[in-house]
Design a protein around this ligand. Sequence first.
Ligand code: 26W
Length: 814
Amino acid sequence: MTEITAPKSPVTAAEFANEIREQLKYTQGVTPEQAKPADVYVAVSAAVRRHLVDSWMKTQADMVNGNTKAVGYLSAEFLIGKQLRNALLNAGLTEQFNEAVESLGFSVQDVVDAEYEPGLGNGGLGRLAACFIDSLASLGVPAFGYGIQYRYGIFKQEFDEAGRQIETPDYWLANEEPWGHIDYNRDQKVSFGGEVVEENGRKVWKPAWSVRAVPVDYMVPGYASGRVNTLRLWAAKSYDEFDLLTFNKSEYLDAVKPQVKAENISKILYPEDSTPQGKALRLEQQYFFVSASIHDAIRVFYPGQDKPDLTTFADKITFQLNDTHPVIGIPELMRVLMDEYGYDWDTAWTITNKTFNYTCHTLLPEALEVWPSKLIGELLPRHLEIIEKINDQFESELKAKGVADETIKDMAIYTGDSVRMAYLATYGGSHVNGVAELHSQLLKDVTLKNFSDVYPGKFTNVTNGVTPRRFIKLANPRLSDLITEGLGTDRWLSDLELLKGLEPLAADDEFVKKFAAVKQANKVDFANYAKREYGFDIDPNTMINTMVKRLHEYKRQALKILALIARYADIKSGRLSADEVLPRTVVFGAKAAPGYYLAKQTIQLINNVARVVNNDPDVKGKLNVYFPWNYNVRLAQHLIPATDLDEQISQAGKEASGTGNMKFALNGAMTVGTLDGANVEIRERVGAENFFLFGMTVDEVDALYAAGYDPKKYYDANPRLRAAIDMVADGTFSNGDKSVYADLVHDWLTKDWFMTLADFGAYTDIQAEIEALYVQPLEWNRKALINVANSGYFSSDRSIEDYLERIWKTGPLA
Ligand code: 26W
């Protein structure tokens, strides 16, 4: 008997169909006959929301009235993906939805497709935030996600004729968006600029301008927890809709200027990934959402109190700073406590220090935000004063601890010219964590070494995780059913370590064959999807080899594409005979930051390698390359379950964690990867024999840098590498035009900062091992199944449990 614990449906399919009809009639004003799929989508969404409202309200009431500390997850990005399927799952309405929609004469596919994916994040950091709020709700922990409702999300990526990336605006709010509820009555005022004056011996900030922060609330339903939390995304509105005086002179454009300025703040998500741009608007965004959120928390937890006792604030809520983006919250809470509520510095500091914790998501020094003091001074003059004072206090503290003057200088939060947000976060909060074991170790040993020497107790690790609801249950229903069959229960969806129970089944050939059949069916599905959405002709009987992530030099898409070119050259030159070649379909997905030149060249190169290879009869059926544009959560949900081999090939010591790697392992792909980020822990758990490891370690990388790295040596020494680079240089992938990739080639041969060339040999060598296994489907799938069985640790539920225990010191509502 299989034990089913999934949420029970509150209504029958017929009842749900009636609810949809009601919504169509009373909210949208259409009959089912007049309705389009998009109408049905809106109606269904509204109907599901209604099923969640009672739990939502009860969760809020229990949170405010009880004694369980809440979590405020402050993040500039929440890459939540489509909402409908997830809401249906957690409301226990999936089956009813399928039946009801059909009974109304619509196709489920059309209705689901009508939802436009909100792209309110760049990549891993934003998606992690979305997984974390899902897990918090599923564990029953009271929590707010606090962020920004950007009107334009991450750009839509297209490719032009030449294969170059073109960015177009992502106006995701063009049609009715049924999930976000705008709450005009719980707005907050956020101010900027002006000056600080002394009045009666007190500092008073006289700002120059203000914007209205209006919350847009998204329900975050837990899975089988009966709890629904809130994702509160702030939208910026103007106070002076327009300046009437100006308008009367019929200078319309001038009249709407203040409105444009205010509303610009939440207009667009910055698409930079890993290199912060010191732009005023970005600091405005950060302060905007953080200030509104802090005031919102005070409003929520001290309802109706003019003089709340904020010495208890840190017992009501703990704020997690998702990277440096919300770190301006530290001086903001200081300011609020001192200037708005009259607390002295020391009391304010104690509260602030207890309230905040900081997660670092990078190892690239250039990705740690540093703001020019001048900019902070102009935009937030009072905050700059407070930051200076924090820095003074910090220096005294370090002196008292006997830290050397030179080191104190290195550790400065405020240098005079600039403010280092990562240092402010480390000193201003209680805990600092990295996002995988190796990353947390490197933070202590390298990036934040001085801080970890002085405050060793602050540092901890929480390895990232992903939500099994979206990335297994919704993305891969076939595998979900097989897991439930294998384990005899569906409880694994709330306790992913139960997957361990599948391990004995890896010895059962019949079960492994079922597992292989799931993968094969997913590959067929994906081939159909790719045909429908992109016009690609993918052969599902080839190995599907995927590399999806932001395009960045350190992630080394270049390594993959060079190896691919070398393989192509092998076949072309006859070095490899056609029947020696294992047929492979390589799928890339990646967006490059619009101003990141080498990344954009790499995109162009991939597209053109795809064009040449896919049109060459000599390699037909042996090697195909596809680059579906606009990689997003939706595409991930289709592609990951269909993948045989996943690429996690960053230079060791550069990828903080990676979370795609976890999604692939959980969906039964094998991984080829370096000892970097969470790869290390994945390999430890699934077993070295079930992971394709290659490449230099962190220590080897460091040693090679120290010895003086010369990429040209590798080019000279490896004929296959040389042939591949020469083909890029000689115009093979640019219709004979040698100039197109000249800069990329020049970089490889003279700089190659992430040592792509040095790892090329190891990377191509491991391919033989990969292919030898792949031709034994039973053995390949046995190993893939062992990957699934041992990846339960990588549930974001476990990450959240670690945060609760190590950092937040709170738990589920009673
Ligand atoms: C301000 C510019 C900027 C924007 C984003 C700088 C840095 C970032 C992020 C730190 C980039 C990011 O998404 N980091 C990724 O975070 C994931 C979740 O922890 C990790 O899995 C990835 O390894 C890490 O690159």
